[in-house]
Design a protein around this ligand. Structure first.
Ligand code: SF4
Ligand code: SF4
Length: 137
């Protein structure tokens, strides 16, 4: 692969509605709280589940994410790192099979300008820096 094409498609929210968890960094938590004009502790009490090594959004009953609204992500300007970087996640980019599989669910893959593979991997490396416990050996 010399590169990948990707442009997120207006109106699409497929990746917000797949089974899984949305992990946050500490900075994500503070930024999202600020967008909602909440203190970080209040945001955490309402929306966050914290384990020893990870922080993730709680899921509302029957849905994947509290912040998925009719018009898209209601905290778009401050959405968590993993949401902002999708689909440039290491596990997707480092496997042709995984990339092909995710391209079937993400209509933005294959569209737009060609992104050099090195640039795509550099973007993906931000995931490793943001969530080190998820990528430690
Ligand atoms: S599935 Fe792809 S095109 Fe749709 S919102 Fe997510 S990143 Fe954008
Ligand atoms: S935080 Fe926003 S971008 Fe991330 S899954 Fe929820 S609605 Fe989608």
């Amino acid at each position: 692969m010399i590169g990948v094409r990707f442009t997120c498609q207006p109106g699409c929210t497929h990746c917000c509605d797949v089974q899984g968890f949305v992990y946050l960094t500490e900075a994500d938590l503070v930024r999202a709280a600020g967008l909602l004009k909440l203190e970080p502790a209040e945001f955490e009490a309402r929306y966050v589940y914290r384990t020893r090594h990870l922080i993730r959004l709680r899921k509302p009953p029957g849905r994947q994410c509290h912040f998925l609204a009719e018009g898209g992500c209601s905290i778009h300007q401050g959405k968590p790192t993993q949401c902002r970087l999708f689909p440039f996640w290491p596990d997707l980019l480092e496997s042709a099979r995984a990339w092909t599989a995710v391209s079937r669910r993400c209509p933005g893959i294959g569209k737009g300008v060609l992104i050099q593979i090195g640039t795509a991997h550099e973007t993906a490396s931000e995931m490793k820096r943001a969530y080190p416990s998820m990528y430690s050996e």
